[in-house]
Design a protein around this ligand. Structure first.
Ligand code: FES
Length: 62
């Protein structure tokens, strides 16, 4: 599903950055993808996806 329509960034891309590249914060996601740099409507949902992914990774590690 597309999270950022302005830049064509999907939830999969956000999860991939968190899981494979170890990205832990929105600042880095924004730098890597330009997410949120146009209308900004996607930022809240992207934060939620990043948070969910980090929680899942934490549970896996324990
Ligand atoms: S939807 Fe992401 S900047 Fe507009």
């Amino acid at each position: 599903m597309y999270v950022c329509l302005c830049h064509g960034i999907s939830d999969k891309k956000i999860r991939k950055l968190a899981i494979e590249e170890g990205v832990q914060d929105m600042r880095t996601i924004r730098k890597c993808t330009s997410l949120g740099s146009q209308c900004g409507k996607c930022v809240k949902q992207a934060k939620e996806i990043l948070s969910e992914t980090q929680q899942a990774l934490f549970k896996e590690a324990c």
